[in-house]
Design a protein around this ligand. Structure first.
Ligand code: ADP
Ligand code: MG
Length: 399
């Protein structure tokens, strides 16, 4: 196998955090290796009425592991889920477009069928695990973005055969562990995005470890309400106002916006919808019916100054509805501040990473996490089911 445009970077042998790495496998030459990757790329209509890969970011992320295995003479089959077919064969989630793109990127690597076409994948059915690994000698997990799920292809194979963590997975674990265990201070976290409910656990965990937590996005309005502000028609999760209040009491390092860009009542915003309505900047409180959709210029300047002085930065969640240019400036300012920060910078979250790509800044971040839910769960709990399974495989072999 040859893999174009890719080098297999050598990882330092330690610390590998108890996870078996590719070098820990028995010699792979002439052996059949099953790789669980995350090839769940966005698709779009292509030629001849079919679908094609719209963004091959995830496919390219899988290449270092495939290159290492190929260079060492393994016969490689890569498996992944695609979309949510819920245990049934659905033509729109067929792997054909992924297979076509991978044939270009990693010639010689076979791509197996969509794991989620079989109900055994999500149910973690032992019979499905056995079918999956049938005929393979070794297993490699490189699907960091799926490691928070106890699905068959994630937790099953390491119990049955020598297994290792791939390069992408190790890179994720190393960067996120550095943030969790041994961050340099000042450690500044920026948390925004859609919902407090999704991020309360990670907020608690990060607030304990960091000096400052800067809040933006839809989630800041629950905190602004907890502080007694009027937030108009902004997104508030009423059942979480008490949790927000207790976090603010416990952690004086949590910072909220002091000016907000808002949309007038009746206006419209978002993706693929016409942008309508008056937009205004408010300080402190919003009038009735106005919806806060971005952080204002004073907040941007405050946050950027804090970020500039950080030795460690973790950013998850856009500061506003950056998909609408009228509400993109807050996210852009934070993206630029994080890119310019000389400290160690880590960015996680699907939309946050997409915003960096939109602004052309992704090359200036130390680590962009490929996981969404997996990244948040790892930052909250310090471990994931898929990692625990790999560690167990290592322990079994050493005993
Ligand atoms: P990530 O995928 O990076 O973890 P989330 O999924 O939590 O981020 O949230 C991203 C979404 O949050 C974006 O699509 C953005 O439009 C939306 N968003 C940001 N700020 C607001 C806001 N003030 N009101 C409503 N939606 C917002
Ligand atoms: Mg998201």
């Amino acid at each position: 196998m040859t893999v174009r445009d890719t080098q297999a970077p050598e990882l330092p042998r330690q610390p590998n955090l108890g996870l078996p790495i590719l070098e820990d496998l028995p010699p792979v030459a002439g052996r059949r290796v099953l790789v669980r990757a995350d090839l769940n790329a966005p698709l779009r209509p292509g030629k001849d009425g079919g679908l094609e890969v719209a963004d091959d970011f995830r496919l390219r992320a899988s290449l270092p592991t495939l290159a290492w295995l190929g260079a060492n003479g393994a016969e490689v089959v890569v498996c992944s889920h695609l979309g949510r077919p819920k245990g049934k064969i659905e033509p729109r989630y067929d792997m054909a477009p992924i297979r076509e793109a991978m044939a270009e990127l990693a010639p010689g690597v076979s791509v197996a069928d969509n794991l989620r076409f079989d109900p055994g994948e999500e149910a973690n059915d032992p019979a499905f695990v056995r079918r999956l690994v049938d005929g393979f000698d070794y297993f490699v997990n490189d699907a960091f973005g799926a490691c928070h799920r106890s699905h068959a292809s994630i937790v099953g194979p390491p119990a049955l055969m020598p297994s290792a963590a791939g390069r992408l997975l190790m890179g994720e674990v190393e960067a996120l562990t550095r943030i969790l265990i041994d961050p340099e201070y000042p450690f500044v976290a920026i948390v925004g995005g859609a919902k407090v409910a999704d991020k309360l656990g990670v907020l608690r965990s990060i607030a304990e470890r960091s000096d400052r937590v800067l809040l933006g996005g839809a989630m800041c309005f629950t905190f602004l309400r907890a502080l007694g502000h009027d937030v108009g028609a902004s997104h508030v999760e009423s059942e979480l106002i008490e949790d927000a209040r207790s976090l603010l009491d416990r952690f004086p390092g949590i910072g909220t916006p002091r000016d907000i860009v808002a949309l007038a009542p009746g206006g419209d915003f978002g993706i693929g919808r016409p942008a309508t309505g008056e937009v205004e900047l408010f300080t402190d409180d919003l009038p009735v019916g106005w919806q806060g959709l971005d952080i204002g210029p004073e907040t941007r300047a405050d946050f950027a100054e804090v970020i500039a002085g950080a030795a460690t930065v973790l950013w998850n969640g856009p500061m506003g509805v950056f998909e609408d240019p009228r509400f993109a400036e807050g996210t852009r300012a934070i993206a630029e501040a994080v890119a310019a920060c000389p400290g160690f910078t880590v960015v996680g979250g699907g939309e946050t990473a997409a915003s960096l790509r939109q602004f052309g800044l992704e090359g200036r971040i130390d680590h962009i996490s490929s996981g969404g839910g997996a990244t948040l769960e790892f930052l909250e709990k310090g471990d994931l089911p898929g990692l625990a399974a790999l560690r167990l495989s290592n322990a079994v072999r050493q005993s």
